[in-house]
Design a binder for this molecule. Structure first.
Ligand code: ZN
Length: 287
């Protein structure tokens, strides 16, 4: 008998592109259960870090039951934590594209964690919002997963502005640009040859969330259910691993952040645009 596959949606993209917001809103969908940035799961388990609900993982109403069903000796093994982190490094992206194999222990850990979660949740799809391209390339080599991807891209200047805030791993503009280019070129490449991945623009999503969710509905479930007005709706934050500071709020509304237009001077706006122009033009952003 063929084993049932684990339905998994994966969010790809650069940090500060709105993935935490999109992941939270998609959790509202009757088919989707968002679990957060799972590339950090082993670190979270090892150090018993806080879930977005504010409780330690071992005390959280959702994660505690998951942890009870997992073999913690495997997850807390330092070598496995190290293997998990080192397998997902950005510099491995080209090697995975060229056919480098998934490490067997890494695959076993993913199988154990994802199948346990799927058994415990009441929705057919789980959503991993890790963003890392290398992790997506590893997951797609895992035949136990039925995988779909969403690649979220945002205007580089929105990303730079967000990295400029003095919270959570700030980046200077030049290093933000290098990071942005590396991640988005790789994600774009994946999106071109892997039809399981759909590209969504942050700006389209915040301006017309209903249309964007309609497009995602078609891509993920091949259905054309109507999406009702979301502008004034509030969304509960699920029990997510990692993610940006939105996660510490209790509720979320769809918020459009275009502050870069005021915060970045015109000369720098144009400079940043031209430093990333192939991506900007490809994604139809205006200077
Ligand atoms: Zn929690």
């Amino acid at each position: 008998m063929e084993e049932k596959k684990i339905n998994t949606i994966y969010l790809l993209g650069a940090g500060r592109s709105g993935t935490t917001m999109l992941a939270t809103i998609l959790n509202n969908h009757p088919n989707i259960f968002t679990i957060g940035e799972m590339h950090q799961f082993l670190d979270y388990v090892l150090e018993d870090k806080d879930c977005s609900c504010g409780s330690k993982l071992s005390q959280c109403t959702f994660w505690a039951t998951i942890l009870n069903s997992l073999d913690l000796s495997v997850l807390q093994n330092k070598n496995n934590v190290e293997l998990s982190n080192s397998s997902e490094k950005h510099h491995l992206i080209p090697f995975y594209l060229l056919g480098k194999n998934i490490p067997p222990t890494y695959r076993k850990i993913i199988d154990m964690v994802f199948s346990t979660i799927q058994k415990k949740v009441d929705k057919p799809w789980i959503l991993d919002s890790s963003k890392y391209i290398s992790r997506y390339l590893l997951l797609r080599k895992n035949k136990k997963l039925n995988l779909k991807g969403i690649y979220l891209v945002r205007d580089v200047r929105g990303v730079i502005n967000s990295f400029g805030k003095k919270v959570q791993t700030p980046k200077k503009p030049l290093s933000a640009i290098l990071y942005y280019t590396l991640i988005n070129l790789s994600a774009q490449w994946v999106c071109w040859w892997d039809k399981r991945v759909i590209k969504i623009k942050y700006e389209d999503f915040v301006n017309q969330p209903e249309q964007t969710l309609q497009i995602l509905e078609k891509h993920l479930f091949n259905s054309s259910n109507n999406v009702t007005n979301l502008k004034n709706e509030t969304f509960n934050i699920p029990h997510i691993i990692a993610g940006n500071r939105l996660r510490s709020q209790k509720k979320l509304v769809i918020k459009k952040d275009m502050k870069w237009k005021e915060n970045i001077g015109r000369t720098h706006q144009i400079l940043y645009y031209f430093l990333t122009f192939p991506l900007m033009i490809l994604n139809k952003y205006k200077p």
